[in-house]
Design a protein around this ligand. Structure first.
Ligand code: FES
Ligand code: FES
Length: 132
């Protein structure tokens, strides 16, 4: 049912923890299951230099958070905005259909953290207008 990659990221998640002086922090909850994901971003000159997460949730949510943080590290804000839940799920070699909402949590956590960063710095990020 689960790909090797999902299992591997679940057993050995990357970037777990928090960033104390994070530039953007986002918390999102999944109304379907009650799982919660918190994302911390360190951003320098428009580049995400570090990302960490804490997820209280299912294995797919943990694997998605792990993969999502790996995908945005070293990327520009614009590139990180393109990391959709589909991209995260594909990078994990797929998720079972009933677990796709777990990857949605990862996309939303990234966007929530970017929105927090944008608000703190009084900047606008294309594509974030509708996210709140
Ligand atoms: Fe807890 Fe499914 S949400 S086991
Ligand atoms: Fe809730 Fe996976 S079951 S995020």
């Amino acid at each position: 049912m689960y790909s090797e990659k999902v299992m591997e990221h679940f057993r050995n998640p990357r970037n777990v923890g928090e960033i104390e002086d994070a530039d953007g922090v986002g918390v999102v909850g999944n109304p379907k299951c009650g799982d919660i994901m918190k994302m911390y971003l360190k951003i320098e000159d428009g580049i995400i230099v570090d990302a960490k997460f804490k997820t209280f949730g299912c294995g797919s949510a943990i694997a998605s958070s792990s993969m999502a943080t790996e995908m945005i590290k070293g990327k520009t804000i614009e590139e990180a905005m393109k990391v959709t839940n589909k991209a995260v799920a594909e990078a994990l070699d797929g998720l079972p259909p009933i677990k796709m909402h777990c990857s949605v949590l990862a996309e939303q956590a990234i966007k929530a953290a970017l929105l927090d960063y944008a608000k703190k710095n009084n900047i606008e990020i294309d594509g974030l207008e509708d996210f709140d």
